[in-house]
Ligand binder design. Sequence first.
Ligand SMILES: Cc1ncc(COP(=O)(O)O)c(C=O)c1O
Length: 375
Amino acid sequence: MPAYLDHNASTPVDPRVLEAMLPYLSGPYGNPSSLHRYGRLARDAVERARGQVATLVGAQPGELIWTSGGTEANNLALKGVCQGGRAGRLLYGASEHPAVMEAAESLRAAGWPVEVIAVDAQGRIAESAFRQQLRAGPVRLASLMRANNETGVIHELAPWVSAIHAAGGWLHVDATQAAGKLPLDFAGLGADLLTVSSHKIYGPKGVGALVVRSEVELQPLLHGGAQEKGMRGGTENLPAIVGFGAAAELALQELETRMAHQQDLRERLDAGLRAIPSVRLFGDGAPRLSNTTQFSLEGWDGEALLMHLDRLGYAVSSGSACASGSGEPSHVLLAMGVDAMVAKGAVRVSLGKDSQAAEVDGLLRALSQLSGRTA
Ligand SMILES: Cc1ncc(COP(=O)(O)O)c(C=O)c1O
C-alpha cells in the first residue's frame, strides 16, 4: 500500500480507540434510552464519551449534540439556527468546506439572505470587507472555519467574536480540521456553535458533534425521539460514540507531541518543495496547520499528479477529497484569487501523527522526478 499522506481526508482508527470500541460491538447492546441495566450501561458509555469530546474542545458536556459527522453538524448549525426565528443575514467564509457552503446555498435557494465573506490571497479572512459586512445590517449567523482542509490556513477568529455578536449574530466555527491539531477553547473563544468530527482525529467514521451554547435558538434537522434533548432524534451509534470519545481523550493528551512531530515533518516537506523550481505553495504566507501543505507542480493537472504519485507509492489528495473526481478547480484556491488553470494542478499533502521522515523524503524524490515532465 502507498504511504498514506492524506490525513485531512480521514485518519486510520488508532488501535487504542478500536480497543475501547470493541466491547460495545460485542457487549452492552442496550438502547441508551432504555431504563433497565442494559440501557443504563449504554447511557453511561455515551455520557463518558460526551465528557471526553467536550473536554477536547473546551466545552461543557451538556452543550454537545451527537451527529453522524462534520457534515451533519454543519447542516444542523446553519439550518437549525436560520430556521430558529429571528431575521438577519447568514454569512459564511469563501473557503469553507462544502458542508457549510452547500448548506448555506440551500438556505439561499429557499429565500434566506446569504452573503459570502471574502478571503485574501493567503486564504485569511479579508478583514476590511468583513468589517463592512458586519456593519451593513443584522446578522443571524456567521460561519467560519478554524482551519482550512485544503491549505491548512488557520483563521484567527477571536478578534471577530464581539463584532459578530454586536451585529446580532451567532458565530459557528467549523473546527473539523482544527480538532486534534490545534488547542480548542469553545468557552474561552466565546463561540456559539462548533463542529467536530471523529474520523479526522483517529476515531471511527460516521460520528461527529455540534457544540451549542444554551442561549442559541436551534431547530432540529431530524425529528424523532427525545435523544439529544430533542435536537437529534435517533438511537445513538454507541460503538462509534465510544470510539470518538477515546480518540478525543488521546488527541488532547498527545496534542503537543503530535503538533511538534507534524511540524518538523512539514517543514522538511516545505523546504524540499521550495527547492523544486516548478512548485508553487498555497497559503504559504499565512499561519497553517502543522500537518498540511497544498501546492502545484507546473505542467501537471492535480488528478494526473495524484494518480502518478499513487503508482509511485504515495497517497495524497487533489484539493478536497470531496471534490476529487469532479475535475473542477478548488473553490478555496479560486477564492484566494489563484488562476483556474493553476488551481486545477493543486495537490494536498496532509501528514499524520505516525507519518515518517522517510515518507516525506520519498515523496520529494518522486516529485523531483516528475517536475519538468508532464502527464
Ligand atoms: C473542514 C471540514 N468540515 C466538514 C467536513 C465534513 O466532515 P465529515 O466527513 O465528518 O462529514 C470535513 C471533511 O473533510 C472538513 O474537512
